[in-house]
Every structure is written in structure tokens, then in C-alpha cells.
Design a protein around this ligand. Structure first.
Ligand code: CA
Length: 228
């Protein structure tokens, strides 16, 4: 089994210590850094399975870091936050985080959330259900009915976003904001084109099955039954 390596980005040493203690007890590896720059360096050079990311850091805020990470990677991110207005932002899902914890939090609860997210994003470690999607975040692959869809980068990111909250309707601008670093002028058409390609790749495997639903004048959702 591959080693699970967690990166914690937190500038309060006592919180870092608690996280390290709780995570190591579960047999995961963990590194803790106190700045965004260090975190981005580590992500460039090491294989990390999940990031625990404090929103208030000395050099950059957690949202900026997340946005930067999301340009290259779909690695799961759990935010640590101390403020309600930050929670609103995370829940708005504009940011692209996978979960959040409000300070003060129990390190054991954090570890429980880490495990849930890792199980969700690591198909090898769960019982694969037939006829459904599986996500391999390490290979940037999404499979349907056990067959890799062969998605290009943006297709992968869009489908992953829809799958993360199956049933939820995403507007085109929400998708654009979460995935593209610079908003494009013709983003409606761009999103529609990518969705079309994703649909055709699913159709190649599944035939005429409705998987992605169009909500006229709003956006797209993935049918709830395809929840990961
Ligand atoms: Ca902090």
C-alpha cells in the first residue's frame, strides 16, 4: 500500500503539533509548514495526498494558495478557519476546497474528515461500485464503469467538480471561477464545449445514458445517483 502523506499549512505551532500528533497516530506521514510559499514548494517536489490549509497565514491567505494549487492539481484540501465570513466563502465553493474545520477543532475530528476524503478520492481503497464514476486524483483520471474516460485537463476538473456534489447545480460562472485562473470572455461557450466533450466520452462507454443534466439558463449538474 502506498504511504499517505499529508501536508499541513499552519502558522500556529501548537495547532501544528496537535495535527501532527493526531495524523501520525493513524500511520500517515505529515509535514507541517507555516507559510504559503513553503507549501507550494513542497507540492511541486513531493507527492502529497491531502492538504490541511489554514486560511490566515503570514504571507498569503489560504484562498490564494488554494487557487494556485487548483491551477495544477485537484489534491483534496481541508481549510482551517477561525472566522465566519471565511466559512461563507468556503461554502460558496468558489474556492475549490473539499471541506473545512472551524477553530478550535478536535484533531481527531480532523483525522476522521481526512480519512473520509481520502476514501472518496482513492478508488483503490474502496469497493468499486459498478456503473459509477471512480476518481484517481494521482493520475488525473476519472473512470466510468471501470473504463478511463481519457479526459483532458479542463474536462477532468469540470467533471470532478460536478461529481464532488452530485445533484448540486453549478452555474457556468461558478465553474469558470473555480477552475480557470483568468476568467475567459466567452466562458459560457467554453464550458458548454467542455461539457459536450465530457458527455461524448461518457457516451462512448455507456451509450445514451443521462449522466450530466442541463439546467436551462442556469448551468449543469450530475445526477445524484452518481455521487462518488
Ligand atoms: Ca493562522
Amino acid at each position: 500500500m502506498q504511504t499517505i502523506s499529508i501536508l499541513a499549512v499552519e502558522d500556529e505551532p501548537s495547532i501544528c503539533d496537535n495535527i501532527i500528533y493526531a495524523v501520525e497516530r493513524e500511520g500517515f506521514q505529515i509535514s507541517c509548514v507555516s507559510t504559503g510559499q513553503e507549501a507550494l514548494e513542497i507540492l511541486k517536489t513531493q507527492t502529497i495526498s491531502l492538504v490541511v490549509l489554514d486560511v490566515g497565514l503570514p504571507d498569503m491567505n489560504g484562498f490564494e494558495i488554494c487557487k494556485e494549487i487548483r491551477q495544477k492539481s485537484n489534491i483534496p484540501i481541508i481549510f482551517l478557519t477561525a472566522r465566519n465570513d471565511e466559512i461563507d466563502k468556503i461554502l460558496g465553493l468558489e474556492i475549490g476546497g473539499d471541506d473545512y474545520m472551524t477553530k478550535p477543532f478536535s484533531p481527531r475530528e480532523l483525522v476522521a474528515r481526512i480519512k473520509v476524503i481520502l476514501r472518496r478520492s482513492n478508488p483503490e481503497s474502496t469497493n468499486e461500485k459498478p456503473n459509477e464514476f471512480t476518481l484517481d486524483i494521482h493520475r488525473y483520471q476519472i473512470s466510468f464503469q471501470g473504463v478511463d474516460l481519457g479526459l483532458a485537463r479542463y474536462e477532468y476538473m469540470i467533471l470532478k467538480m460536478l461529481l464532488t456534489k452530485a445533484g448540486r447545480v453549478y452555474t457556468r460562472s461558478e465553474i469558470m471561477d473555480a477552475i480557470w485562473a483568468e476568467p475567459l470572455a466567452s466562458f459560457d461557450r467554453t464550458i458548454d464545449t467542455h461539457i459536450k466533450t465530457i458527455r461524448s466520452k461518457i457516451r462512448d462507454i455507456a451509450g445514451d445514458l443521462e449522466v450530466i443534466k442541463t439546467h436551462r439558463g442556469i448551468g449543469y449538474s450530475i445526477l445524484e445517483k452518481y455521487s462518488l
